[in-house]
Design a protein around this ligand. Structure first.
Ligand code: UT7
Length: 326
């Protein structure tokens, strides 16, 4: 049986750091409130002129270097993002060109903060059915460009960056064991950006009404996120006949420390089995899971044959999980 195995990981965040103290000067908030309610201390945000494909490209280079994979070997590039450089062409095509990955079919997936897991699941299918040998997946965002820095309910949360993995078709027990994806579009208006699409294209009015920024009912999203992340995690465990104790590391979407903590408690996982880096990056949407995978990997938090549970939730709503044997 062939499996899709992660053979390289990479990440990249912009240099500019926005601290909680910086935000205190912009909106009515406090370092103490942000840390207590979210666990976030700082986030990286793009400078003028920087865009999603810049971070995606750097993260991809890091992952390909670790994998020892050249651009010509890549059969497919999938970028999970809700903030591509432009509506078309896709961020995936932009980085395909920068990388010189001429053989690769390239496309984006937009599934909110779950985009990376949707991309992982699609890539897993292509590899398992023999239609691809090597796939580059990147989760990348420049959320700061669609964040309303007058809205304290959202602007304290979001950060920019990218994470990437190279998947390879290999025989053996190691690799992706399962992916599970879920969506419920009836919750669309709890986390959305009204402007900039075909329904509300850019106009003087849409700009005045601040329609080109994310809007979120954070408290409602929080409650559904906890329930959905638990459901996705338990589905993954039961599908693979795994006990909770057998999981070596939970890498969850970094939306709020309290959400991750709640999932950890519901799954009876001790803190050392839960990866947290939200303090440094905030919520980077599609980039959060692959940045966390790369950091966990480079910090040697993941050992060969470890069982890794991935879990994510985001706008749509979308949510999902994956189990990997490293
Ligand atoms: O990426 C996937 C999707 N996103 C998420 O999963 C995010 C989920 N939501 C959250 O993380 C949390 O709901 C937030 C961090 C956004 C908000 O935390 P909360 O504990 O749900 O706060 P709340 O919205 O219920 O607000 C509590 C109070 C309110 O004041 P009153 O009405 O009690 O006087 C807010 O006005 O906190 C106030 N508040 C703030 N105070 C200081 C809201 N934002 C801030 C702020 N600084 N930045």
């Amino acid at each position: 049986m062939y499996k899709a195995r992660i053979i390289g990981t990479g990440s990249h965040v912009p240099e500019k750091v926005l601290t909680n103290k910086d935000l205190e000067a912009i909106v009515d908030t406090s370092d103490e409130w942000i840390i207590t309610r979210t666990g976030i201390k700082e986030r990286h945000i793009a400078s003028n002129g920087e865009a999603t494909s810049d971070f995606a490209y750097q993260a991809a280079l890091n992952a390909m270097e670790m994998a020892g994979t050249s651009p010509e070997e890549i059969d497919m590039i999938i970028v999970g993002t809700i903030t591509p450089d432009m509506i078309t062409p896709s961020a995936a095509c932009l980085i395909q060109s920068k990388l010189g990955a001429k053989r690769a079919a390239a496309f984006d997936i937009a599934a909110g903060c779950t985009s990376f897991l949707f991309a992982l699941s699609v890539a897993d299918s292509f590899i398992k059915n023999g239609n691809a040998e090597k796939i580059l997946i990147v989760g990348a965002e420049t959320l700061s460009k669609i964040t309303n820095y007058e809205d304290r309910g959202t602007c304290i949360l979001f950060g920019d960056g990218a994470g990437a993995v190279v998947l390879s078709r290999e025989k053996g027990d190691r690799g992706i064991l399962s992916t599970h994806l879920f969506s419920d579009g009836s919750y669309g208006d709890l986390l959305y950006m009204p402007g900039g699409g075909s329904a509300r294209p850019a106009s003087k009015e849409s700009i005045e009404k601040r329609e080109h920024y994310l809007r979120m009912d954070g408290n409602k999203v929080f409650k559904i996120a906890v329930k959905s992340l638990e459901e996705a995690a338990l589905t993954a465990l039961s599908h693979n006949d795994l006990t909770r104790e057998s999981i070596d590391l939970l890498i969850s979407h970094q939306a709020n420390f309290r959400i991750i903590d709640a999932i950890g408690k519901r799954l009876d996982l001790p803190p050392e089995k839960i990866f947290i880096n939200i303090d440094k990056y905030g919520n980077t949407s599609s980039a959060s899971v692959p940045i966390a995978i790369d950091e966990a990997n480079r910090q040697n938090r993941i050992k060969e044959n470890n069982l890794i549970l991935l879990d994510a939730f985001g706008a749509g709503f979308t949510w999902g999980s994956a189990v990997l044997r490293w």
